[in-house]
Write a protein that binds this ligand. Sequence first.
Ligand code: ZN
Ligand code: MN
Length: 180
Amino acid sequence: MRSVRNPPDSSRGRFNLSPAVTTTEDDRLRKIVNHLQESGHRITPQRYSILKVLVESREHPSAEAIYRELGTIFPTMSLATVYKTLALLKQEGEVLELGFSDLGNRYDGNKPYPHPHVICTDCGAVVDPPQFDLEKITREIIRATGFTIMTHRLDFYGLCPACQEKSQHFAPTTDKQGST
Ligand code: ZN
Ligand code: MN
């Protein structure tokens, strides 16, 4: 049985299920730049800035959010440039793309491997919970199903603290209005 610790070598663009220890933002940025350069990709100033926004953000930005953030620095940059850079990072396994039917695609450039997320159904905040061990569960799933596991997706939905507060302030106090 293939161990979950040893994903296939030809895993270009696939996920590494046993990530290295957490690195600083600078280390992470340098690592992505080196990886892209080693695989023959040019690092333009626009591309570098997109990487920087991705790595410095803890908010799992959308392509549009990255585009908006860089709009003042690169007024002529197109949204397509952001999408192309994200596609390249995805191909090189340096970003985790999270697709949501209602939030669109969101991106994690810090942890480009599968990990759980906590999602606010009101404001769309996407947060990394503290790291916890999914390896045991994965091993159990492999044992019980006979599948080889390549990746996983685990999302928790609810209201973030700010939206809980908001919903208390604006709680419906006009229940009887309109029900004459
Ligand atoms: Zn919220
Ligand atoms: Mn994340």
